[in-house]
Design a protein around this ligand. Structure first.
Ligand code: PLP
Length: 392
Protein backbone atom coordinates (compact mmCIF):
# COMPACT_ATOMS: atom_id res chain seq x y z
CA UNK A 1 0.00 0.00 0.00
CA UNK A 2 2.65 2.43 1.09
CA UNK A 3 4.91 1.50 -1.84
CA UNK A 4 2.21 2.17 -4.40
CA UNK A 5 1.78 5.64 -2.93
CA UNK A 6 5.52 6.26 -3.09
CA UNK A 7 5.61 5.17 -6.71
CA UNK A 8 3.10 7.81 -7.73
CA UNK A 9 4.63 10.57 -9.88
CA UNK A 10 5.76 13.71 -8.08
CA UNK A 11 2.82 16.11 -8.33
CA UNK A 12 3.88 19.47 -9.71
CA UNK A 13 0.62 20.58 -11.33
CA UNK A 14 -0.92 22.63 -8.51
CA UNK A 15 -2.38 25.18 -10.95
CA UNK A 16 -4.52 22.45 -12.56
CA UNK A 17 -5.88 21.35 -9.21
CA UNK A 18 -4.75 21.03 -5.62
CA UNK A 19 -5.16 17.87 -3.57
CA UNK A 20 -7.89 18.19 -0.96
CA UNK A 21 -6.28 18.91 2.40
CA UNK A 22 -6.98 16.00 4.80
CA UNK A 23 -8.22 18.54 7.38
CA UNK A 24 -10.78 19.68 4.81
CA UNK A 25 -11.91 16.09 4.18
CA UNK A 26 -12.33 15.53 7.93
CA UNK A 27 -14.47 18.65 8.28
CA UNK A 28 -16.68 17.56 5.36
CA UNK A 29 -17.38 13.95 6.36
CA UNK A 30 -20.14 14.58 8.96
CA UNK A 31 -22.12 16.40 6.24
CA UNK A 32 -21.92 13.32 4.03
CA UNK A 33 -22.98 11.06 6.89
CA UNK A 34 -25.26 11.95 9.78
CA UNK A 35 -25.65 15.70 9.14
CA UNK A 36 -27.35 15.21 5.79
CA UNK A 37 -30.10 17.81 6.13
CA UNK A 38 -31.24 20.22 3.47
CA UNK A 39 -29.84 23.62 4.51
CA UNK A 40 -33.01 25.30 3.21
CA UNK A 41 -35.34 23.12 5.36
CA UNK A 42 -34.88 24.93 8.62
CA UNK A 43 -38.02 23.74 10.41
CA UNK A 44 -36.03 20.94 12.05
CA UNK A 45 -32.62 20.10 13.48
CA UNK A 46 -31.34 18.40 10.35
CA UNK A 47 -31.90 21.42 8.20
CA UNK A 48 -30.77 23.88 10.82
CA UNK A 49 -27.43 22.19 11.47
CA UNK A 50 -26.76 22.08 7.73
CA UNK A 51 -27.73 25.73 7.41
CA UNK A 52 -25.46 26.67 10.32
CA UNK A 53 -22.55 24.85 8.67
CA UNK A 54 -23.16 26.65 5.38
CA UNK A 55 -23.25 30.02 7.13
CA UNK A 56 -20.05 29.30 9.06
CA UNK A 57 -18.40 28.38 5.77
CA UNK A 58 -19.68 31.57 4.15
CA UNK A 59 -18.16 33.59 6.99
CA UNK A 60 -14.83 31.76 6.55
CA UNK A 61 -14.73 32.58 2.84
CA UNK A 62 -15.63 36.21 3.57
CA UNK A 63 -12.97 36.44 6.27
CA UNK A 64 -10.21 35.34 3.89
CA UNK A 65 -11.29 37.97 1.35
CA UNK A 66 -11.88 40.86 3.74
CA UNK A 67 -15.53 40.79 2.67
CA UNK A 68 -18.92 40.70 4.39
CA UNK A 69 -20.52 37.24 4.52
CA UNK A 70 -23.61 38.62 2.75
CA UNK A 71 -21.31 39.28 -0.21
CA UNK A 72 -20.46 35.59 -0.76
CA UNK A 73 -22.53 33.53 -3.23
CA UNK A 74 -21.72 29.81 -3.41
CA UNK A 75 -21.44 28.33 -6.91
CA UNK A 76 -20.10 25.12 -8.45
CA UNK A 77 -16.68 26.61 -9.21
CA UNK A 78 -14.87 29.46 -10.86
CA UNK A 79 -16.27 28.63 -14.31
CA UNK A 80 -19.79 29.17 -13.05
CA UNK A 81 -18.77 32.24 -11.02
CA UNK A 82 -17.15 33.79 -14.08
CA UNK A 83 -20.17 33.04 -16.27
CA UNK A 84 -22.52 34.45 -13.63
CA UNK A 85 -20.47 37.62 -13.18
CA UNK A 86 -19.98 38.34 -16.87
CA UNK A 87 -23.34 37.30 -18.28
CA UNK A 88 -25.19 38.46 -15.17
CA UNK A 89 -23.80 42.00 -15.39
CA UNK A 90 -24.38 42.03 -19.14
CA UNK A 91 -28.02 40.99 -18.66
CA UNK A 92 -28.55 43.76 -16.11
CA UNK A 93 -26.81 46.44 -18.20
CA UNK A 94 -28.45 45.48 -21.50
CA UNK A 95 -29.88 48.61 -23.09
CA UNK A 96 -27.81 50.87 -20.81
CA UNK A 97 -24.23 50.06 -21.79
CA UNK A 98 -22.94 47.83 -24.59
CA UNK A 99 -19.18 47.35 -24.11
CA UNK A 100 -17.04 44.80 -22.26
CA UNK A 101 -13.29 44.84 -21.69
CA UNK A 102 -11.13 41.80 -20.92
CA UNK A 103 -7.57 40.60 -21.70
CA UNK A 104 -6.23 38.05 -24.18
CA UNK A 105 -4.62 35.94 -21.43
CA UNK A 106 -7.81 35.31 -19.48
CA UNK A 107 -9.05 31.81 -18.71
CA UNK A 108 -11.06 30.16 -21.50
CA UNK A 109 -14.31 30.42 -19.52
CA UNK A 110 -13.97 34.22 -19.39
CA UNK A 111 -12.99 34.52 -23.05
CA UNK A 112 -15.78 32.20 -24.21
CA UNK A 113 -18.37 34.05 -22.09
CA UNK A 114 -17.27 37.28 -23.77
CA UNK A 115 -17.38 35.61 -27.19
CA UNK A 116 -20.96 34.55 -26.60
CA UNK A 117 -21.93 38.09 -25.63
CA UNK A 118 -20.16 39.37 -28.73
CA UNK A 119 -22.48 37.11 -30.73
CA UNK A 120 -25.40 38.82 -29.01
CA UNK A 121 -24.29 42.27 -30.10
CA UNK A 122 -21.94 43.35 -27.33
CA UNK A 123 -18.70 45.10 -28.28
CA UNK A 124 -15.76 43.36 -26.60
CA UNK A 125 -12.24 44.75 -26.32
CA UNK A 126 -9.55 42.11 -25.73
CA UNK A 127 -6.59 43.96 -24.21
CA UNK A 128 -3.04 42.89 -25.02
CA UNK A 129 -0.45 42.16 -22.34
CA UNK A 130 3.22 43.07 -22.19
CA UNK A 131 6.07 40.56 -22.55
CA UNK A 132 5.84 40.06 -18.81
CA UNK A 133 2.16 39.10 -19.10
CA UNK A 134 0.96 42.21 -17.28
CA UNK A 135 -1.99 44.35 -18.33
CA UNK A 136 -0.94 47.99 -18.33
CA UNK A 137 -3.45 50.06 -16.32
CA UNK A 138 -2.96 52.91 -18.83
CA UNK A 139 -4.23 50.57 -21.55
CA UNK A 140 -7.28 49.76 -19.44
CA UNK A 141 -7.84 53.46 -18.86
CA UNK A 142 -7.79 54.12 -22.60
CA UNK A 143 -10.23 51.28 -23.30
CA UNK A 144 -12.90 52.01 -20.68
CA UNK A 145 -15.51 54.72 -21.21
CA UNK A 146 -19.07 55.45 -20.17
CA UNK A 147 -20.40 52.80 -22.56
CA UNK A 148 -18.42 50.08 -20.75
CA UNK A 149 -20.60 47.80 -18.61
CA UNK A 150 -17.91 45.44 -17.35
CA UNK A 151 -14.17 44.95 -17.17
CA UNK A 152 -12.93 41.42 -16.38
CA UNK A 153 -9.23 40.96 -15.60
CA UNK A 154 -7.89 37.97 -13.67
CA UNK A 155 -5.86 38.36 -10.47
CA UNK A 156 -3.27 35.61 -11.06
CA UNK A 157 -2.75 33.86 -14.38
CA UNK A 158 -3.18 30.09 -14.33
CA UNK A 159 -0.33 29.40 -16.78
CA UNK A 160 2.37 31.91 -15.92
CA UNK A 161 1.44 33.01 -12.39
CA UNK A 162 1.48 36.71 -13.28
CA UNK A 163 -0.19 38.92 -10.65
CA UNK A 164 -2.23 41.67 -12.34
CA UNK A 165 -2.62 45.15 -10.81
CA UNK A 166 -6.29 44.55 -9.99
CA UNK A 167 -6.54 47.21 -7.29
CA UNK A 168 -5.41 49.90 -9.73
CA UNK A 169 -7.68 48.57 -12.48
CA UNK A 170 -10.60 48.64 -10.03
CA UNK A 171 -10.02 52.36 -9.40
CA UNK A 172 -10.08 53.08 -13.12
CA UNK A 173 -13.33 51.18 -13.61
CA UNK A 174 -15.04 52.79 -10.65
CA UNK A 175 -14.18 56.26 -11.96
CA UNK A 176 -15.94 55.39 -15.25
CA UNK A 177 -18.94 53.67 -13.69
CA UNK A 178 -18.01 50.26 -15.14
CA UNK A 179 -18.29 47.11 -13.00
CA UNK A 180 -14.99 45.38 -12.36
CA UNK A 181 -14.81 41.57 -12.11
CA UNK A 182 -11.70 39.56 -11.36
CA UNK A 183 -11.20 35.82 -11.83
CA UNK A 184 -9.19 35.06 -8.70
CA UNK A 185 -9.25 31.25 -8.92
CA UNK A 186 -5.44 31.15 -8.79
CA UNK A 187 -5.12 34.01 -6.32
CA UNK A 188 -7.45 33.36 -3.39
CA UNK A 189 -5.55 31.72 -0.56
CA UNK A 190 -2.26 32.44 -2.34
CA UNK A 191 -2.05 36.22 -2.22
CA UNK A 192 -3.74 38.41 0.41
CA UNK A 193 -7.02 40.20 -0.35
CA UNK A 194 -8.83 42.92 1.54
CA UNK A 195 -11.84 43.51 -0.67
CA UNK A 196 -13.27 46.06 1.76
CA UNK A 197 -10.39 48.34 0.75
CA UNK A 198 -10.53 47.78 -3.03
CA UNK A 199 -12.84 48.70 -5.88
CA UNK A 200 -13.26 45.13 -7.12
CA UNK A 201 -17.02 44.64 -7.58
CA UNK A 202 -17.11 40.90 -8.34
CA UNK A 203 -14.52 38.23 -7.66
CA UNK A 204 -14.54 34.52 -8.56
CA UNK A 205 -12.86 31.70 -6.71
CA UNK A 206 -12.64 27.93 -6.99
CA UNK A 207 -12.49 25.32 -4.23
CA UNK A 208 -10.18 22.91 -5.97
CA UNK A 209 -7.46 25.53 -6.45
CA UNK A 210 -7.34 26.17 -2.70
CA UNK A 211 -7.20 22.59 -1.27
CA UNK A 212 -10.98 22.05 -1.16
CA UNK A 213 -12.68 19.59 -3.54
CA UNK A 214 -13.85 20.16 -7.09
CA UNK A 215 -17.45 21.25 -7.65
CA UNK A 216 -17.55 24.22 -5.27
CA UNK A 217 -16.63 27.85 -5.72
CA UNK A 218 -17.92 31.28 -4.86
CA UNK A 219 -18.60 34.68 -6.31
CA UNK A 220 -18.02 37.80 -4.23
CA UNK A 221 -20.73 40.35 -5.07
CA UNK A 222 -20.09 43.78 -3.52
CA UNK A 223 -22.91 45.28 -1.45
CA UNK A 224 -21.72 48.90 -1.16
CA UNK A 225 -21.84 50.19 -3.80
CA UNK A 226 -24.05 47.33 -4.90
CA UNK A 227 -22.82 45.30 -7.87
CA UNK A 228 -25.80 44.88 -10.19
CA UNK A 229 -26.33 41.62 -12.01
CA UNK A 230 -29.11 39.16 -12.94
CA UNK A 231 -29.06 35.40 -12.19
CA UNK A 232 -28.46 32.82 -14.93
CA UNK A 233 -30.91 30.29 -13.45
CA UNK A 234 -34.43 30.55 -12.13
CA UNK A 235 -35.37 28.63 -9.03
CA UNK A 236 -36.07 28.85 -5.34
CA UNK A 237 -34.36 32.14 -4.66
CA UNK A 238 -31.34 30.75 -2.80
CA UNK A 239 -28.11 32.75 -2.57
CA UNK A 240 -29.98 36.06 -2.61
CA UNK A 241 -31.71 34.99 -5.79
CA UNK A 242 -28.46 35.03 -7.72
CA UNK A 243 -27.80 31.31 -7.68
CA UNK A 244 -30.87 29.22 -6.97
CA UNK A 245 -30.60 25.51 -6.22
CA UNK A 246 -30.00 23.46 -3.09
CA UNK A 247 -26.58 24.16 -1.66
CA UNK A 248 -24.22 21.24 -0.99
CA UNK A 249 -23.33 21.68 2.70
CA UNK A 250 -20.38 19.25 2.61
CA UNK A 251 -18.82 21.20 -0.27
CA UNK A 252 -19.50 24.57 1.35
CA UNK A 253 -17.89 23.27 4.56
CA UNK A 254 -14.92 22.07 2.50
CA UNK A 255 -14.44 25.48 0.91
CA UNK A 256 -14.90 27.32 4.21
CA UNK A 257 -12.41 25.11 6.02
CA UNK A 258 -9.92 25.47 3.17
CA UNK A 259 -10.24 29.26 3.35
CA UNK A 260 -9.71 29.25 7.12
CA UNK A 261 -6.56 27.14 6.72
CA UNK A 262 -5.30 29.38 3.90
CA UNK A 263 -5.81 32.47 6.02
CA UNK A 264 -3.90 30.99 8.96
CA UNK A 265 -1.04 29.56 6.91
CA UNK A 266 -0.64 31.79 3.83
CA UNK A 267 2.35 33.79 5.03
CA UNK A 268 4.47 30.89 6.25
CA UNK A 269 3.40 28.75 3.31
CA UNK A 270 4.40 31.40 0.79
CA UNK A 271 7.83 31.71 2.38
CA UNK A 272 8.24 27.96 2.12
CA UNK A 273 7.08 27.97 -1.51
CA UNK A 274 9.42 30.85 -2.40
CA UNK A 275 12.35 28.86 -1.00
CA UNK A 276 11.31 25.74 -2.93
CA UNK A 277 10.85 27.71 -6.11
CA UNK A 278 14.30 29.34 -5.71
CA UNK A 279 15.76 25.93 -5.06
CA UNK A 280 14.19 24.55 -8.25
CA UNK A 281 15.36 27.50 -10.32
CA UNK A 282 18.86 27.18 -8.82
CA UNK A 283 19.05 23.47 -9.63
CA UNK A 284 17.93 24.07 -13.22
CA UNK A 285 20.43 26.91 -13.62
CA UNK A 286 23.24 24.71 -12.30
CA UNK A 287 22.34 21.80 -14.56
CA UNK A 288 21.18 23.42 -17.81
CA UNK A 289 21.67 26.41 -20.05
CA UNK A 290 19.33 28.00 -22.60
CA UNK A 291 16.05 28.22 -20.72
CA UNK A 292 13.77 31.11 -19.75
CA UNK A 293 11.20 31.79 -17.07
CA UNK A 294 8.05 33.02 -18.84
CA UNK A 295 6.03 35.90 -17.40
CA UNK A 296 6.95 38.61 -14.95
CA UNK A 297 9.82 37.80 -12.58
CA UNK A 298 8.64 40.23 -9.92
CA UNK A 299 4.86 40.14 -10.12
CA UNK A 300 4.17 36.43 -9.88
CA UNK A 301 2.76 33.89 -7.49
CA UNK A 302 5.69 32.01 -5.95
CA UNK A 303 4.14 28.59 -6.50
CA UNK A 304 4.29 28.86 -10.29
CA UNK A 305 7.28 28.55 -12.58
CA UNK A 306 6.63 28.51 -16.33
CA UNK A 307 9.81 27.53 -18.13
CA UNK A 308 10.75 27.31 -21.81
CA UNK A 309 13.75 25.12 -22.65
CA UNK A 310 15.33 26.06 -25.99
CA UNK A 311 15.03 23.37 -28.71
CA UNK A 312 12.64 21.32 -26.57
CA UNK A 313 9.04 20.52 -27.40
CA UNK A 314 7.13 20.73 -24.12
CA UNK A 315 4.87 17.78 -24.97
CA UNK A 316 7.92 15.60 -25.64
CA UNK A 317 9.56 16.70 -22.41
CA UNK A 318 6.49 15.90 -20.33
CA UNK A 319 6.30 12.44 -21.96
CA UNK A 320 10.00 11.88 -21.21
CA UNK A 321 9.54 12.38 -17.46
CA UNK A 322 6.64 10.15 -16.39
CA UNK A 323 7.91 10.34 -12.82
CA UNK A 324 6.86 13.98 -12.61
CA UNK A 325 3.28 15.18 -13.18
CA UNK A 326 3.44 18.53 -14.94
CA UNK A 327 1.53 20.35 -17.57
CA UNK A 328 2.44 22.10 -20.80
CA UNK A 329 -0.12 24.83 -20.36
CA UNK A 330 -3.69 25.10 -19.33
CA UNK A 331 -5.29 21.70 -18.87
CA UNK A 332 -8.32 22.87 -20.84
CA UNK A 333 -6.33 23.06 -24.07
CA UNK A 334 -4.00 20.13 -23.45
CA UNK A 335 -5.84 17.93 -25.95
CA UNK A 336 -4.80 20.23 -28.77
CA UNK A 337 -1.27 20.61 -30.10
CA UNK A 338 -1.61 24.37 -30.50
CA UNK A 339 1.01 26.30 -28.54
CA UNK A 340 -0.40 28.02 -25.48
CA UNK A 341 -2.37 31.18 -26.35
CA UNK A 342 -1.13 32.72 -23.12
CA UNK A 343 2.54 32.22 -24.02
CA UNK A 344 1.84 33.43 -27.56
CA UNK A 345 0.26 36.58 -26.13
CA UNK A 346 3.60 37.40 -24.50
CA UNK A 347 5.00 37.75 -28.02
CA UNK A 348 7.39 34.84 -27.48
CA UNK A 349 7.08 33.25 -30.90
CA UNK A 350 5.89 29.73 -31.63
CA UNK A 351 9.08 27.89 -30.65
CA UNK A 352 9.30 29.33 -27.19
CA UNK A 353 5.56 29.01 -26.70
CA UNK A 354 5.73 25.34 -27.73
CA UNK A 355 8.54 24.70 -25.25
CA UNK A 356 6.73 26.14 -22.21
CA UNK A 357 6.29 23.81 -19.25
CA UNK A 358 4.25 24.84 -16.22
CA UNK A 359 5.69 23.73 -12.89
CA UNK A 360 3.22 24.18 -10.03
CA UNK A 361 4.32 23.85 -6.42
CA UNK A 362 2.05 23.70 -3.42
CA UNK A 363 1.28 22.74 0.14
CA UNK A 364 2.47 19.14 -0.06
CA UNK A 365 5.57 19.71 -2.20
CA UNK A 366 8.81 18.76 -0.42
CA UNK A 367 12.48 19.65 -0.93
CA UNK A 368 13.21 16.03 -1.81
CA UNK A 369 10.54 16.15 -4.54
CA UNK A 370 11.99 19.35 -5.96
CA UNK A 371 15.48 17.84 -6.09
CA UNK A 372 14.20 14.66 -7.74
CA UNK A 373 12.05 16.58 -10.26
CA UNK A 374 14.91 18.95 -11.12
CA UNK A 375 17.25 15.99 -11.72
CA UNK A 376 14.69 14.32 -13.99
CA UNK A 377 14.01 17.49 -15.96
CA UNK A 378 17.74 18.19 -16.41
CA UNK A 379 18.41 14.61 -17.54
CA UNK A 380 15.47 14.60 -19.97
CA UNK A 381 16.27 18.01 -21.50
CA UNK A 382 19.93 17.02 -21.90
CA UNK A 383 18.98 13.71 -23.53
CA UNK A 384 16.39 15.27 -25.87
CA UNK A 385 18.86 17.94 -26.99
CA UNK A 386 21.57 15.33 -27.57
CA UNK A 387 19.16 13.17 -29.59
CA UNK A 388 18.07 16.06 -31.80
CA UNK A 389 21.72 17.09 -32.41
CA UNK A 390 22.63 13.49 -33.31
CA UNK A 391 19.71 13.33 -35.74
CA UNK A 392 20.94 16.36 -37.70
C1 PLP B 1 -9.27 26.58 -12.61
C2 PLP B 1 -9.60 27.92 -13.09
C3 PLP B 1 -10.89 28.25 -13.49
C4 PLP B 1 -12.01 27.26 -13.52
O1 PLP B 1 -12.36 26.89 -12.21
P1 PLP B 1 -13.34 25.65 -11.96
O2 PLP B 1 -13.63 25.75 -10.50
O3 PLP B 1 -12.55 24.43 -12.32
O4 PLP B 1 -14.53 25.82 -12.80
C5 PLP B 1 -11.12 29.55 -13.92
N1 PLP B 1 -10.15 30.45 -13.94
C6 PLP B 1 -8.90 30.18 -13.54
C7 PLP B 1 -7.85 31.24 -13.57
C8 PLP B 1 -8.59 28.91 -13.11
O5 PLP B 1 -7.34 28.63 -12.73
Amino acid sequence: MKDSVLERPIYLDYQATTPTDPRVVDAMLPYLREKFGNPHSIQHTYGREAEAAVETARAQVAELLGADEREIIFTSGATESNNLAIKGVAAFQKGRRDHIVTAVTEHKCVLESCRRLEGEGWRVTYLPVGQDGLVDPAVVEAAVDDTTALVSIMAVNNEIGTIQPVDRIGEICRARGASFHSDAAQAVGKIPFDLSATKIDLLSLSGHKVYAPMGIGALFVRRRPRARLLPLFDGGGQERGLRPGTLAPHLCVGLGTACAIAKAEMDTENQRLAALSDRLRGRLEAGLDRFWINGSRDHRFVGNLNVSFQDIDAEELVRAIPGVALSTGSACTSASVEPSYVLQALGLGDDRARSGVRIGLGRFTTEAEIDQAAAEIIAAVTALRAASTAAQ
